[in-house]
Design a protein around this ligand. Structure first.
Ligand SMILES: *Cc1c(COP(=O)(O)O)cnc(C)c1O
Length: 380
Protein backbone atom coordinates (compact mmCIF):
# COMPACT_ATOMS: atom_id res chain seq x y z
CA UNK A 1 0.00 0.00 0.00
CA UNK A 2 1.08 3.59 -0.41
CA UNK A 3 0.20 4.80 3.06
CA UNK A 4 -1.64 7.57 1.30
CA UNK A 5 -4.63 9.00 3.12
CA UNK A 6 -7.55 9.69 0.83
CA UNK A 7 -9.06 13.13 1.42
CA UNK A 8 -12.15 13.20 3.65
CA UNK A 9 -13.72 15.98 1.59
CA UNK A 10 -14.35 13.57 -1.26
CA UNK A 11 -15.60 10.81 1.01
CA UNK A 12 -18.13 13.18 2.59
CA UNK A 13 -19.60 13.72 -0.86
CA UNK A 14 -19.63 10.01 -1.52
CA UNK A 15 -16.99 10.36 -4.23
CA UNK A 16 -14.09 7.92 -4.28
CA UNK A 17 -10.61 9.09 -5.23
CA UNK A 18 -8.92 7.08 -7.98
CA UNK A 19 -5.46 6.32 -9.30
CA UNK A 20 -4.85 8.38 -12.42
CA UNK A 21 -2.67 6.48 -14.90
CA UNK A 22 -4.21 8.30 -17.84
CA UNK A 23 -2.21 11.54 -17.81
CA UNK A 24 -3.16 15.16 -17.12
CA UNK A 25 -6.71 14.67 -18.26
CA UNK A 26 -9.36 17.11 -17.15
CA UNK A 27 -11.87 14.31 -16.57
CA UNK A 28 -9.69 12.84 -13.80
CA UNK A 29 -8.66 16.05 -12.10
CA UNK A 30 -5.77 17.45 -14.14
CA UNK A 31 -2.78 17.30 -11.81
CA UNK A 32 -1.92 17.43 -8.12
CA UNK A 33 -0.50 20.68 -6.79
CA UNK A 34 2.74 20.76 -4.85
CA UNK A 35 2.44 21.62 -1.13
CA UNK A 36 4.11 25.00 -1.76
CA UNK A 37 1.38 25.85 -4.31
CA UNK A 38 -1.35 24.94 -1.83
CA UNK A 39 0.36 27.00 0.86
CA UNK A 40 0.58 30.01 -1.47
CA UNK A 41 -3.13 29.69 -2.31
CA UNK A 42 -3.98 29.38 1.35
CA UNK A 43 -2.01 32.57 2.08
CA UNK A 44 -3.63 34.38 -0.85
CA UNK A 45 -7.09 33.46 0.38
CA UNK A 46 -6.51 35.36 3.61
CA UNK A 47 -6.24 38.89 2.26
CA UNK A 48 -7.93 41.25 -0.15
CA UNK A 49 -5.91 42.62 -3.00
CA UNK A 50 -6.25 44.93 -5.99
CA UNK A 51 -6.99 42.28 -8.64
CA UNK A 52 -5.87 44.52 -11.48
CA UNK A 53 -2.49 44.99 -9.88
CA UNK A 54 -2.25 41.26 -9.13
CA UNK A 55 -3.12 40.35 -12.73
CA UNK A 56 -0.40 42.66 -14.05
CA UNK A 57 2.24 41.27 -11.69
CA UNK A 58 1.25 37.68 -12.48
CA UNK A 59 1.38 38.47 -16.20
CA UNK A 60 5.00 39.51 -15.77
CA UNK A 61 5.87 36.16 -14.18
CA UNK A 62 4.14 34.39 -17.08
CA UNK A 63 5.99 36.54 -19.65
CA UNK A 64 9.33 35.82 -18.04
CA UNK A 65 8.69 32.05 -17.90
CA UNK A 66 7.61 32.05 -21.55
CA UNK A 67 10.32 34.43 -22.79
CA UNK A 68 7.51 36.57 -24.21
CA UNK A 69 6.82 40.31 -24.20
CA UNK A 70 3.67 39.99 -22.10
CA UNK A 71 1.63 37.31 -20.36
CA UNK A 72 -1.78 36.80 -18.79
CA UNK A 73 -3.14 34.26 -16.32
CA UNK A 74 -6.45 32.78 -17.49
CA UNK A 75 -8.94 30.27 -16.13
CA UNK A 76 -7.59 27.52 -18.40
CA UNK A 77 -6.13 26.96 -21.83
CA UNK A 78 -9.63 27.05 -23.32
CA UNK A 79 -10.23 30.48 -21.80
CA UNK A 80 -6.88 31.58 -23.19
CA UNK A 81 -8.00 30.40 -26.64
CA UNK A 82 -11.19 32.50 -26.35
CA UNK A 83 -9.21 35.56 -25.28
CA UNK A 84 -6.55 35.16 -27.98
CA UNK A 85 -9.20 35.10 -30.72
CA UNK A 86 -11.08 37.98 -29.10
CA UNK A 87 -7.83 39.98 -29.01
CA UNK A 88 -7.16 39.33 -32.70
CA UNK A 89 -10.68 40.52 -33.56
CA UNK A 90 -10.95 43.62 -31.36
CA UNK A 91 -7.39 44.86 -31.20
CA UNK A 92 -7.20 47.49 -28.47
CA UNK A 93 -10.47 49.16 -29.44
CA UNK A 94 -12.67 49.65 -26.37
CA UNK A 95 -15.74 49.85 -28.62
CA UNK A 96 -14.92 46.53 -30.25
CA UNK A 97 -14.33 44.89 -26.87
CA UNK A 98 -17.74 46.06 -25.71
CA UNK A 99 -19.39 44.88 -28.91
CA UNK A 100 -18.32 41.21 -28.75
CA UNK A 101 -19.68 38.60 -29.39
CA UNK A 102 -21.18 40.69 -32.17
CA UNK A 103 -18.30 40.96 -34.63
CA UNK A 104 -19.87 43.34 -37.15
CA UNK A 105 -17.14 45.51 -38.62
CA UNK A 106 -14.32 43.33 -37.29
CA UNK A 107 -12.18 40.68 -38.91
CA UNK A 108 -13.84 37.55 -37.57
CA UNK A 109 -12.50 34.43 -39.31
CA UNK A 110 -10.17 31.99 -37.59
CA UNK A 111 -8.33 29.68 -39.97
CA UNK A 112 -7.48 26.15 -38.82
CA UNK A 113 -5.93 23.19 -40.67
CA UNK A 114 -8.74 20.62 -41.05
CA UNK A 115 -6.53 17.88 -39.56
CA UNK A 116 -6.29 19.91 -36.35
CA UNK A 117 -10.04 20.09 -35.71
CA UNK A 118 -10.45 18.74 -32.18
CA UNK A 119 -12.75 18.64 -29.19
CA UNK A 120 -11.34 21.90 -27.82
CA UNK A 121 -11.69 24.05 -30.93
CA UNK A 122 -15.09 25.47 -29.91
CA UNK A 123 -13.05 27.90 -27.83
CA UNK A 124 -11.78 29.50 -31.05
CA UNK A 125 -15.32 30.60 -31.95
CA UNK A 126 -16.77 31.34 -28.50
CA UNK A 127 -16.02 35.05 -28.80
CA UNK A 128 -18.10 35.29 -31.99
CA UNK A 129 -15.63 34.19 -34.66
CA UNK A 130 -16.22 31.73 -37.50
CA UNK A 131 -13.90 28.80 -38.12
CA UNK A 132 -12.53 28.40 -41.65
CA UNK A 133 -10.82 25.10 -42.45
CA UNK A 134 -8.11 24.46 -45.01
CA UNK A 135 -6.48 21.27 -46.27
CA UNK A 136 -7.78 17.74 -45.72
CA UNK A 137 -7.93 15.69 -42.53
CA UNK A 138 -4.50 14.26 -43.27
CA UNK A 139 -2.51 17.05 -44.87
CA UNK A 140 -2.37 20.59 -46.19
CA UNK A 141 -0.16 22.86 -48.25
CA UNK A 142 1.12 26.40 -47.80
CA UNK A 143 -0.86 27.40 -50.91
CA UNK A 144 -4.10 26.14 -49.36
CA UNK A 145 -3.42 28.20 -46.26
CA UNK A 146 -2.56 31.25 -48.34
CA UNK A 147 -5.81 30.88 -50.31
CA UNK A 148 -7.86 30.64 -47.11
CA UNK A 149 -6.61 34.04 -45.93
CA UNK A 150 -8.76 37.04 -46.87
CA UNK A 151 -9.69 40.50 -45.57
CA UNK A 152 -11.88 38.93 -42.86
CA UNK A 153 -9.12 36.75 -41.40
CA UNK A 154 -8.56 37.58 -37.74
CA UNK A 155 -5.87 34.97 -37.12
CA UNK A 156 -4.54 31.53 -37.94
CA UNK A 157 -4.94 29.01 -35.11
CA UNK A 158 -2.42 26.19 -34.70
CA UNK A 159 -2.75 23.22 -32.34
CA UNK A 160 0.18 21.33 -30.89
CA UNK A 161 -1.02 18.06 -29.36
CA UNK A 162 -0.16 14.38 -29.66
CA UNK A 163 -3.55 13.60 -31.19
CA UNK A 164 -3.44 16.01 -34.16
CA UNK A 165 -1.11 16.12 -37.20
CA UNK A 166 1.10 19.15 -37.69
CA UNK A 167 0.14 19.83 -41.33
CA UNK A 168 2.59 22.31 -42.83
CA UNK A 169 4.13 22.84 -39.39
CA UNK A 170 4.17 25.91 -37.17
CA UNK A 171 7.14 27.66 -38.80
CA UNK A 172 5.66 27.44 -42.28
CA UNK A 173 2.26 28.53 -40.92
CA UNK A 174 3.90 31.59 -39.38
CA UNK A 175 5.77 32.38 -42.58
CA UNK A 176 2.61 32.31 -44.73
CA UNK A 177 0.52 34.17 -42.13
CA UNK A 178 3.04 36.93 -41.51
CA UNK A 179 3.55 37.50 -45.22
CA UNK A 180 -0.16 38.35 -45.28
CA UNK A 181 0.03 40.36 -42.05
CA UNK A 182 -2.08 37.87 -40.05
CA UNK A 183 -1.21 36.76 -36.48
CA UNK A 184 -0.76 33.11 -35.46
CA UNK A 185 -2.15 31.81 -32.16
CA UNK A 186 -1.20 28.45 -30.69
CA UNK A 187 -3.06 26.00 -28.45
CA UNK A 188 -0.25 24.08 -26.75
CA UNK A 189 -2.31 23.12 -23.69
CA UNK A 190 -0.53 19.94 -22.67
CA UNK A 191 2.88 20.49 -24.29
CA UNK A 192 4.83 21.13 -21.08
CA UNK A 193 7.03 19.47 -19.93
CA UNK A 194 9.46 19.83 -21.59
CA UNK A 195 9.91 23.19 -19.89
CA UNK A 196 11.62 24.55 -23.00
CA UNK A 197 8.24 24.46 -24.79
CA UNK A 198 7.07 27.46 -22.71
CA UNK A 199 9.26 29.64 -24.97
CA UNK A 200 9.63 27.40 -28.01
CA UNK A 201 6.54 28.37 -30.01
CA UNK A 202 7.08 32.13 -29.59
CA UNK A 203 10.63 31.59 -30.70
CA UNK A 204 9.24 29.90 -33.80
CA UNK A 205 7.35 33.12 -34.51
CA UNK A 206 3.88 32.53 -33.03
CA UNK A 207 2.20 35.75 -31.87
CA UNK A 208 0.39 34.27 -28.84
CA UNK A 209 0.63 30.85 -27.22
CA UNK A 210 -1.71 29.26 -24.64
CA UNK A 211 -1.05 26.52 -22.08
CA UNK A 212 -3.08 24.80 -19.38
CA UNK A 213 -2.02 25.64 -15.83
CA UNK A 214 -3.48 22.48 -14.36
CA UNK A 215 -1.70 19.89 -16.50
CA UNK A 216 2.09 19.45 -16.57
CA UNK A 217 2.75 22.75 -14.80
CA UNK A 218 0.93 21.55 -11.70
CA UNK A 219 -1.11 24.68 -10.99
CA UNK A 220 -4.81 24.90 -10.07
CA UNK A 221 -6.94 22.77 -12.39
CA UNK A 222 -8.92 25.78 -13.53
CA UNK A 223 -5.95 27.94 -14.44
CA UNK A 224 -4.10 28.59 -17.66
CA UNK A 225 -1.96 31.18 -19.32
CA UNK A 226 -1.30 32.96 -22.55
CA UNK A 227 1.79 34.87 -23.59
CA UNK A 228 3.09 36.65 -26.64
CA UNK A 229 3.39 40.01 -28.38
CA UNK A 230 2.39 42.80 -26.04
CA UNK A 231 0.11 44.55 -28.51
CA UNK A 232 -2.07 41.45 -28.74
CA UNK A 233 -1.77 40.31 -25.12
CA UNK A 234 -2.88 43.80 -24.04
CA UNK A 235 -5.96 43.33 -26.23
CA UNK A 236 -6.52 39.95 -24.54
CA UNK A 237 -6.34 41.69 -21.15
CA UNK A 238 -9.02 44.14 -22.31
CA UNK A 239 -11.25 41.23 -23.32
CA UNK A 240 -10.80 39.43 -20.02
CA UNK A 241 -12.22 40.64 -16.74
CA UNK A 242 -11.51 44.17 -18.02
CA UNK A 243 -11.68 46.12 -14.81
CA UNK A 244 -10.84 49.31 -16.69
CA UNK A 245 -14.17 49.43 -18.47
CA UNK A 246 -17.74 49.84 -17.31
CA UNK A 247 -18.55 46.91 -19.58
CA UNK A 248 -16.88 43.64 -18.70
CA UNK A 249 -15.23 41.77 -21.57
CA UNK A 250 -16.30 38.54 -23.25
CA UNK A 251 -13.93 36.89 -20.80
CA UNK A 252 -15.84 37.97 -17.69
CA UNK A 253 -17.32 34.49 -17.13
CA UNK A 254 -13.75 33.14 -17.22
CA UNK A 255 -12.60 35.08 -14.18
CA UNK A 256 -9.51 33.85 -12.34
CA UNK A 257 -9.58 34.03 -8.54
CA UNK A 258 -6.78 35.61 -6.54
CA UNK A 259 -6.02 32.16 -5.11
CA UNK A 260 -5.73 30.64 -8.58
CA UNK A 261 -3.56 33.50 -9.85
CA UNK A 262 -1.17 33.09 -6.94
CA UNK A 263 -1.32 29.30 -7.22
CA UNK A 264 -0.46 29.36 -10.90
CA UNK A 265 2.48 31.78 -10.62
CA UNK A 266 3.86 29.76 -7.72
CA UNK A 267 3.45 26.54 -9.72
CA UNK A 268 5.17 28.10 -12.76
CA UNK A 269 8.14 29.17 -10.68
CA UNK A 270 8.48 25.75 -9.01
CA UNK A 271 8.01 24.04 -12.36
CA UNK A 272 10.69 26.05 -14.18
CA UNK A 273 13.11 25.72 -11.23
CA UNK A 274 12.68 21.97 -10.79
CA UNK A 275 14.83 19.27 -12.35
CA UNK A 276 13.30 17.86 -15.53
CA UNK A 277 15.73 14.92 -15.68
CA UNK A 278 14.87 13.85 -12.13
CA UNK A 279 11.14 14.13 -12.86
CA UNK A 280 11.60 11.97 -15.98
CA UNK A 281 13.65 9.42 -14.03
CA UNK A 282 10.83 9.11 -11.49
CA UNK A 283 8.36 8.25 -14.27
CA UNK A 284 10.91 5.92 -15.87
CA UNK A 285 11.45 3.83 -12.74
CA UNK A 286 7.70 3.48 -12.15
CA UNK A 287 7.28 2.43 -15.79
CA UNK A 288 10.14 -0.10 -15.56
CA UNK A 289 8.73 -1.48 -12.31
CA UNK A 290 5.27 -2.18 -13.78
CA UNK A 291 6.77 -3.60 -17.00
CA UNK A 292 8.94 -6.01 -15.00
CA UNK A 293 6.03 -7.17 -12.86
CA UNK A 294 4.12 -8.05 -16.06
CA UNK A 295 6.91 -10.16 -17.45
CA UNK A 296 6.12 -13.67 -18.72
CA UNK A 297 2.36 -13.47 -19.34
CA UNK A 298 1.46 -15.55 -22.40
CA UNK A 299 0.65 -13.41 -25.44
CA UNK A 300 1.31 -10.13 -23.67
CA UNK A 301 4.15 -7.93 -24.89
CA UNK A 302 5.04 -4.97 -22.68
CA UNK A 303 7.22 -2.15 -24.00
CA UNK A 304 8.27 0.95 -22.11
CA UNK A 305 7.81 3.74 -24.64
CA UNK A 306 8.59 7.45 -24.42
CA UNK A 307 8.35 8.92 -27.90
CA UNK A 308 7.58 12.60 -27.11
CA UNK A 309 5.12 13.17 -29.96
CA UNK A 310 3.00 10.18 -28.88
CA UNK A 311 3.60 9.55 -25.20
CA UNK A 312 3.50 11.77 -22.14
CA UNK A 313 6.63 10.50 -20.39
CA UNK A 314 7.98 6.95 -20.23
CA UNK A 315 5.15 4.45 -19.82
CA UNK A 316 4.53 0.71 -20.13
CA UNK A 317 2.42 -0.09 -23.19
CA UNK A 318 0.65 -3.46 -23.18
CA UNK A 319 0.27 -5.12 -26.58
CA UNK A 320 -1.94 -8.19 -26.91
CA UNK A 321 -0.53 -10.70 -29.41
CA UNK A 322 -2.37 -13.37 -31.40
CA UNK A 323 -1.67 -16.09 -28.82
CA UNK A 324 -3.07 -13.99 -25.95
CA UNK A 325 -6.25 -15.50 -24.53
CA UNK A 326 -6.97 -13.63 -21.29
CA UNK A 327 -9.66 -11.02 -20.67
CA UNK A 328 -10.26 -8.47 -23.44
CA UNK A 329 -8.84 -4.96 -23.30
CA UNK A 330 -12.29 -3.63 -22.45
CA UNK A 331 -12.68 -6.13 -19.61
CA UNK A 332 -9.25 -5.30 -18.19
CA UNK A 333 -10.01 -1.58 -18.28
CA UNK A 334 -13.40 -2.14 -16.62
CA UNK A 335 -11.92 -4.33 -13.89
CA UNK A 336 -9.21 -1.76 -13.17
CA UNK A 337 -11.82 0.99 -12.92
CA UNK A 338 -14.19 -0.94 -10.70
CA UNK A 339 -11.59 -1.95 -8.10
CA UNK A 340 -10.93 -0.11 -4.86
CA UNK A 341 -9.36 2.34 -5.55
CA UNK A 342 -10.38 2.57 -9.20
CA UNK A 343 -7.43 2.68 -11.58
CA UNK A 344 -7.83 4.64 -14.83
CA UNK A 345 -5.41 3.76 -17.61
CA UNK A 346 -5.03 4.91 -21.20
CA UNK A 347 -5.91 3.08 -24.39
CA UNK A 348 -8.80 0.85 -25.20
CA UNK A 349 -11.41 2.03 -27.66
CA UNK A 350 -10.13 1.27 -31.13
CA UNK A 351 -6.49 1.06 -30.03
CA UNK A 352 -5.33 -2.51 -29.39
CA UNK A 353 -3.24 -1.53 -26.40
CA UNK A 354 -3.33 -0.37 -22.82
CA UNK A 355 -0.92 2.33 -21.75
CA UNK A 356 -0.12 3.24 -18.20
CA UNK A 357 0.87 6.88 -18.02
CA UNK A 358 3.07 7.66 -15.02
CA UNK A 359 3.00 11.47 -14.90
CA UNK A 360 0.17 11.50 -12.35
CA UNK A 361 0.90 8.19 -10.62
CA UNK A 362 1.84 9.08 -7.05
CA UNK A 363 4.72 7.33 -5.29
CA UNK A 364 3.73 3.78 -4.38
CA UNK A 365 0.67 3.69 -6.64
CA UNK A 366 2.72 1.84 -9.28
CA UNK A 367 2.75 -1.11 -6.85
CA UNK A 368 -1.05 -1.11 -6.59
CA UNK A 369 -1.31 -0.91 -10.39
CA UNK A 370 1.10 -3.83 -10.88
CA UNK A 371 -0.62 -5.93 -8.18
CA UNK A 372 -4.04 -5.39 -9.71
CA UNK A 373 -2.88 -6.10 -13.29
CA UNK A 374 -1.28 -9.32 -12.08
CA UNK A 375 -4.52 -10.38 -10.42
CA UNK A 376 -6.48 -9.67 -13.58
CA UNK A 377 -4.02 -11.07 -16.11
CA UNK A 378 -2.64 -14.12 -14.31
CA UNK A 379 -5.74 -15.40 -12.50
CA UNK A 380 -8.09 -15.64 -15.42
C1 LIG B 1 -6.54 20.17 -22.20
C2 LIG B 1 -6.58 20.85 -23.51
C3 LIG B 1 -7.29 22.04 -23.68
C4 LIG B 1 -8.12 22.65 -22.57
O1 LIG B 1 -7.32 23.15 -21.55
P1 LIG B 1 -7.96 23.65 -20.16
O2 LIG B 1 -6.78 24.16 -19.41
O3 LIG B 1 -8.57 22.43 -19.53
O4 LIG B 1 -8.95 24.69 -20.47
C5 LIG B 1 -7.23 22.67 -24.90
N1 LIG B 1 -6.53 22.14 -25.93
C6 LIG B 1 -5.83 20.98 -25.81
C7 LIG B 1 -5.05 20.48 -26.97
C8 LIG B 1 -5.82 20.29 -24.59
O5 LIG B 1 -5.14 19.16 -24.46
Amino acid sequence: MTGRVWPEVYKKLGVSPIINAQSWVTALGGSIMRPEVLQAMDDAANAFVDIKQLNRAAGEVVALACDAEQGLVTSGCSAAQVLMVAACMTGQSEANVEQLPNTTGMKNEVILFKGQRNRYDKAFVTAGATLVEYGSEASATAEELDEAINENTACIAFVVAPFVPQGIGLEETVRVAHERGVPVIVDAAAEVPPRSNLARFHNMGADMVAFSGGKGIGGPQSSGLLAGKSELVEAAVMNSLNLDSSVAGIGRPMKVSKENIVGLVTAIQLFTDSDEAAEWQGWQSKADYVAERLDGIDGLRVEVEDHPSERQGPQPVLYFEDDYNGPSIGEIIDQLKSGEPGIFVGGGGNRAEINIVMVNVQDGEEIIIADRLNEILRNS
